[in-house]
Design a binder for this molecule. Structure first.
Ligand code: GRF
Length: 211
């Protein structure tokens, strides 16, 4: 089975990337992170990559005249590092369609709520947790899903719930959800690394581990 050679796209502090890296370094996931790319030159995730000797790239759409040139620059990195799997970890830009096609069924995203609720355009960061609290919902959670051309829409791989507590603020809820994100994102990558995910359209089947 081909090992996962992962590219990470992220815009911010990078705690999900760090959690994944930790699980890989603990030899729990047969994979490596080969490159980290951010649209934000000050993103913490780039520093995490550098600290771990992972190639770190700042690439933003507005550095290029056309969307095609932007995609080509990304693809050059994917080719150079032989990247065969993508992880979006708080990437606040739309991924070019050509890249989504290149990694069809091989690109994951994490969302800090229970999709299909509280997802879609504009639903990121605190907006998600504020909407959950406003709705009066007593549970929230995190969702790992495949990426397709619509925001927060691809088939769901893993979900885990957390309780919404009576005195929750968006910050408190975000922190509780984040702990779950760190676990299930790495768990989901592991399922792919072990070849245990079968995608049939929007249906996902998870195979038992082979002993
Ligand atoms: C996470 O809450 C993730 O669900 C969302 O963006 C946030 C990224 O956090 N997509 P971090 O940069 O991984 O710490």
């Amino acid at each position: 089975m081909e090992p996962l050679i992962i590219g990470v796209l992220a815009s911010g502090r990078g705690s999900n990337c760090a959690a994944l890296l930790h699980r890989i370094e603990e030899d729990e996931i047969p994979a490596k992170i080969a490159a980290v790319i951010s649209n934000n030159q000050y993103a913490g995730v780039l520093q995490i990559a550098r600290d771990n000797s992972i190639p770190a790239y700042y690439i933003e759409r507005n550095q290029f005249e056309t969307g095609d040139e932007f995609s080509q620059a990304l693809e050059k990195i994917f080719d150079q590092h032989k990247i065969n799997f993508m992880v979006l970890a708080g990437y606040l830009r739309k991924v070019p369609p050509r890249i989504i096609r290149r990694f069809a069924n091989r690109m994951l995203n994490i969302h800090p709520a229970l999709l299909p609720d509280f997802g879609g355009k504009g639903m990121y960061g605190h907006a998600v947790h504020e909407a959950v609290l406003k709705s009066g919902s007593t549970v929230s959670g995190a969702t790992v899903h495949l990426v397709d051309e619509e925001y927060d829409h691809g088939p769901i791989i893993l979900q885990r719930e957390v309780l919404v507590l009576p005195n929750d603020t968006p910050d408190l809820l975000a922190a509780r959800v984040l702990q779950v994100e760190h676990r299930i994102y790495a768990d989901a990558v592991r399922l792919f690394a072990e070849g245990r995910v079968i995608v049939e359209g929007r249906t996902i089947r998870i195979l038992d581990p082979c002993e």
